[in-house]
Design a protein around this ligand. Structure first.
Ligand code: SAH
Length: 374
């Protein structure tokens, strides 16, 4: 007999799980119990689902498995950021990060009251942005909904965060709108009240702007917050920095943003990686203001996280502040992202599966110290 690969029950939304039970000749209502065991209580063994009959547990185990990414390595940054290197069922590796929002300087992540989970949506990335390490790898494959939501289960278990509130940003490896179906399905699994119950309002989807997918996102009944990786103020410059711009230009992207349905007080975040002497001039700042006219948006400046292999430099704090001032003086809300976890290469754009194994200890220490300075 050929052994069939069992499918991953953790990748099913509740209605799918209920249907699967019906297909097995079981009552639908057990779906909620199973979903709760997996997603709310983090149980990865049917045998432990004590309120199900022995027969049902055996039937489930015959047909399904509960896939959970396994932790290959855990790295802790001086600022409290934790990065997990995870291995998926097929041996592929991804990284997922937990960032404390208000670290007391103590490395104890559990003290921080607000946490952000930074999840990956693909193994690698196809977008090849010029300053991003993940982009250098190219794309390997999409993650399944189970693998995307599974990162949350692993973070909660590994960091003892049961019942802890957290936000989610889809800013790990990959382009979420290049893996639309599974990403949106993962968000529905995470939002389910019988599971983690993470409201989409606590989720931010960050994208380079894959336009057809962005237009589709605008029609979703429940939507995450939106962040757009803009990074440039002229088409020529963005063509080079964010190559998908050659297909979906700044002009089209911003027109789509103008039409994007936002509720009262909601705003689109425009991310802007700052590269020394490339896109950090006062002219760039003024052009950015003009581009965003008429859009309910705010700007998040991301001074480049430098890494070997990235052919750009981080601008000085003075250049970043000058840029920020030009925006705010013209009425654009602006913030500067603090780099978190740079010493363990867990900062934005630094996620690659090889991780920091090859970083020399001296360099890592130097980076840890510069992280402290913000
Ligand atoms: N594919 C999504 C998510 C990527 S990561 C997107 O592009 O939006 C989230 C943010 O980190 C993006 O804005 C990305 O451009 C930015 N980023 C990538 N490399 C970076 C680096 N080296 N330093 C700072 N930010 C970087």
């Amino acid at each position: 007999m050929v052994t069939q690969l069992k499918s991953d029950i953790a990748g099913l939304e509740l209605p799918e799980l209920e249907q699967a039970l019906v297909d097995l000749g079981q009552p639908r209502f057990h779906g909620r119990q199973v979903f709760q065991w997996i997603h709310k209580r983090g149980v990865a063994d049917f045998g432990l689902m004590s309120d199900l009959s022995r027969e049902l547990r055996t039937t489930l185990a015959d047909h399904f498995e509960i896939q959970t990414p396994s932790v290959v390595r855990r790295e802790q940054s001086a600022d409290g950021t934790t990065k997990l290197l995870l291995r998926l069922a097929d041996g592929k590796r991804i990284e997922t990060v937990c960032i404390p929002e208000n670290p007391s300087g103590s490395p104890d992540v559990l003290d921080a009251d607000r946490l952000t989970f930074c999840l990956s949506t693909q193994v690698g990335c196809a977008m090849r942005c010029a300053f991003c390490l993940t982009g250098k790898m190219g794309i390997d494959r999409n993650l399944t909904a189970g693998e995307i939501a599974g990162q949350v289960r692993v973070l909660v278990r590994e960091l003892n965060l049961t019942d802890h509130r957290f936000n989610i940003v889809l800013m790990g490896m990959g382009e979420p709108l290049h893996n639309y179906e599974e990403t949106m399905k993962a968000l529905r699994i995470l939002a389910d009240e019988y599971g983690m119950a993470v409201s989409p309002r606590r989720v931010t989807l960050s994208t380079v702007g894959v336009l057809p997918a962005l237009e589709r996102l605008a029609t979703e009944p429940v939507m995450p917050n939106l962040a757009i990786s803009l990074h440039a103020t002229t088409e020529a410059q963005r063509d080079l920095l964010v190559p998908i711009n050659r297909k979906y230009s700044i002009e089209e992207l911003l027109n789509t943003c103008r039409r994007f349905p936002l509720k009262r007080r909601e705003r689109i975040t425009f991310e802007y990686v700052m590269l020394k002497d490339v896109n950090d001039t006062p002219d760039d700042a003024r052009r950015l203001v003009r581009l965003l006219t008429g859009i309910k948006g705010k700007v998040n400046l991301l001074p480049l996280n430098e890494a070997a292999g990235i052919p750009f430099e981080r601008p000085s704090d003075a250049a970043v502040n000058r840029f920020a001032r030009i925006l705010s003086e013209r009425g654009v809300t602006v913030s500067v992202r603090k780099s978190r976890g740079r010493d363990i290469r867990a900062a934005c754009g630094q996620l690659i599966t090889e991780s920091s194994r090859d970083a020399a200890p001296g360099r890592r220490l130097a980076m840890a110290m510069s992280t402290q300075a913000g």
